[in-house]
Design a protein. Structure first.
Length: 701
């Protein structure tokens, strides 16, 4: 028995070693190659797996295809680091069984724990075993060495163990899969049962595993004494965002505000159905409590969003009356028009509206123009809330508030058919008469606007579909390292998106990981919020940078050559937004010398959102949804200061706003000579600007 296990471990390691040695020599200087984010030398990578810290070394396992640069032959790649910054890639840890010609089992996502007390019995001669729990994906009907039968495309949970600190692995073929099927009444979900996350729960002295029933939006919770025999104890979900399948769940405790109070965080991947304005993947979180068997969410962490229940509706666009019959004064192409159903020509759906209808100015395509003006109403509450989507040019497609015939607020969409909630603070206009004016002066591109559910209330409406860990399109399958102290909870995520991940223009590899991020729970705006702090060790790989201060910035200010790999700290004062135009401040990076191509990172004062605009960032040709702008809500600090920390690499931008409560992660693919930058301030002056830019050295040389 011992000889057989040793032989199996040797064969897995040898096969992986051969695959690794077959790779061509690589200098890590290819176009778009990340210089301080982990990426494999070649081939496809997706979810981080089995993150574990032991004896000063961080181990990163990850979904990997040893046979090509698109998804397939799912195996576990392996890399290590002593500082979360410099990485060494190792032979493949678990290679798809039967690779390359007769694959019968793939190794999907999972986690690794160090079984210090040898509860599993896998340890030998005092060596604590490492145990990996992962999803086995069976490609064909088969009877396994354990005698268990599986059917084609079944997903089940299996384990493997290592006695050399994670370098080679032995699969537990005597009993795998150790969780064969989902529990009653979910047996029919065996094709969508995956991604176990395991940890030791000291209070109950049990191992805990959380596993996703992907299409049912449920997390199943199991416990075990030995990592081999598992008992189903509870379930959680569905709540919050359910627009796609739930994947890669994990739960962990964190102190609140660094004190003695503790909360648990459930972290979940969602694909598709990510944050508003994105297409494809996203990651949400839920704050609550865990007692060893059951996770219960805090009420404030579960919500549908929307306007307050006590709202006074001004217009909801429901019913069969034309806009004129509803009391609107209409001009141009809106004469005789009625509210619309939620689609454009029956093809492109508008999402996020309420009821069955909305105002959609896409009547005769984007050539439609005109204005709509509501009947006068008295401002009787503190806020006016509404849903808005469509074109982003506030001078061409906008909803506006007019008081005494003066425009006092104006808001546009974000070049997206997804409606999101916006609010105007109208406390300065109490008891005054006002009208809502909706304009469409555009005849091409995003030449339309979508509006729904205009209301008055004394609290702001919120986009509460989910608590998003990151508001960008390229942050998915986040996982934290086992083995670190609770106050050092550190995660990595896959920096890509299932919408276009297989066609991004990189070669000979596809995909990178985000920079590592340390998590904490802080009370922000009376809500317990998950915040992120970059955990990248830049002390030895950056220059000191130059601090530049600007009392005022108005228009565009060139910064000259900045470089391709950057760490940027930018702070500035909040200001009043312009009621008739764009009110933004920020920095453009990875720009060509003529500034025709660039990536814009900034803050919108009108909507109180940080944003990344990659619509003109370089190569955007490979996917129709890639050229977009992404937003995250960010409220200025109590002293009116806004802070952005930005990390730029050869093919990515990550921004952290405020205390880390707002983050956006995006890939970009600029030209090699796009090394310039500039500050921009639109719609007025921005004051008290402080900017420090550091160049980051490559961690591969």
């Amino acid at each position: 028995m011992k000889l057989g296990l040793a032989l199996k471990s040797f064969l897995l390691g040898a096969l992986a070693f051969d695959v690794s040695m077959a790779r061509p020599r690589n200098t890590y200087t290819e176009v778009y190659r990340p210089q301080y984010h982990f990426s494999p030398k070649q081939n496809w990578m997706n979810d981080p797996n089995g993150l574990v810290y032991k004896d000063g070394i961080y181990h990163l396992y990850y979904q990997y295809n040893p046979g090509g640069d698109t998804w397939g032959a799912m195996s576990w790649g392996h890399a290590t680091s002593r500082d979360l910054t410099h990485w060494t890639e190792h032979p493949v840890a678990l290679t798809a069984r039967g690779f390359p010609d007769n694959i019968t089992e793939m190794f999907f996502s999972g986690t690794v724990v160090v079984d210090e007390d040898n509860t599993s019995g896998f340890g030998r001669r005092g060596k604590a075993p490492w145990v990996a729990m992962y999803t086995s994906y069976y490609r064909i009907d088969q009877t396994l060495p354990s005698g268990k039968q599986v059917r084609r495309d079944q997903q089940a949970q299996s384990i493997a163990y290592s006695l050399d600190q994670g370098m080679t692995w032995s699969t537990y073929d005597a009993a795998n899969p150790i969780i064969h099927n989902p529990p009653p009444p979910y047996e029919d979900q065996s094709l969508e049962f995956r991604d176990p996350s395991v940890f030791w729960h000291q209070e109950t002295r049990r191992w805990i595993a959380v596993i996703s029933l992907a299409k049912m939006h449920k997390v199943l919770i199991y416990n075990s004494r030995d990592l081999k025999d598992w008992s189903f104890v509870s379930e959680f979900g569905p709540v919050n965002a359910v627009g796609g399948v739930w994947e890669c769940p994990s739960i962990f405790p964190l102190a609140v505000d660094g004190g003695n109070s503790e909360k648990w965080v459930l972290m979940l991947g969602l694909n598709p159905g990510g944050p508003p304005g994105t297409v494809g993947s996203g990651t949400q979180y839920i704050v609550g409590d865990f007692n060893g068997t059951t996770f219960s969410a805090d009420p404030e962490s579960v919500h549908d969003g929307g306007a307050p229940d006590s709202s006074l509706i001004i217009e909801d666009f429901e019913g069969s009356d034309t806009l004129s019959d509803r009391g609107w004064t209409v001009t141009g192409d809106f004469i005789g028009a009625s509210p619309a159903q939620g689609s454009l020509d029956g093809q492109n759906p508008v999402t996020g509206f309420l009821g069955e209808q909305l105002l959609n100015t896409f009547i005769d395509g984007d050539s439609t123009t005109g204005t709509l003006t509501s009947a006068p109403f008295d401002i009787s509450h503190k806020y006016i809330n509404f849903l808005v989507g469509g074109g982003s040019n506030v001078n061409e497609t906008a909803i506006r508030l007019k008081v005494n015939n003066h425009i006092v607020h104006a808001t546009a969409g974000t070049d997206n058919e997804q409606l999101s909630w916006h609010s105007w603070d109208v406390s300065a206009f109490q008891n005054q008469s006002a009208v809502i004016e909706i304009i469409d002066n555009a005849t091409g591109g995003w030449g339309h606007i979508n509006i729904d559910e205009i209301s008055l209330s004394n609290t702001r409406a919120r986009n509460g579909q989910a608590n998003w860990l990151d508001w960008g399109p390229d942050f998915y399958a986040a996982l934290s390292f086992n083995g670190l102290p609770q106050n050092q909870r550190t995660i990595l995520a896959w920096m890509n998106n299932w919408q276009y991940g297989a066609v991004i223009p990189t070669d000979p590899w596809r995909s990178a990981m985000t920079i590592p991020r340390r998590l904490a729970l802080k009370t922000i705006g009376q809500k317990t919020t998950l915040v992120q702090e970059p955990a990248l060790n830049t002390k030895d790989i950056t220059n000191g940078g130059k601090l530049s201060t600007f009392p005022r910035v108005d228009g565009v200010r060139s910064l000259g050559r900045l470089g391709k790999t950057l760490e940027i700290n930018l702070t500035f004062s909040n200001r009043e937004s312009s009621p008739t135009g764009t009110s933004q401040f920020g920095i453009a990076v990875r720009a060509t010398d003529d500034y025709n191509k660039l990536t814009r990172i900034g803050y919108d004062f009108a909507t109180q959102q940080v944003f990344i605009d990659r619509s003109n960032s370089g190569d955007v040709s490979f996917d129709a949804t890639f050229a977009s702008t992404y937003h995250a809500p960010l409220t200025p600090s109590s002293d009116g200061i806004l802070s952005l920390r930005i990390f730029v690499d050869w093919s990515s931008v990550e921004v952290f706003g405020g205390e880390g409560e707002a983050s956006i992660t995006t890939q970009i693919f600029p030209s090699n000579d796009a090394v310039f930058g500039q500050l921009f301030s639109a719609g007025g002056e921005t004051s008290n600007v402080r900017l420090r830019v550091k160049e980051v050295e490559s961690t591969w040389r």
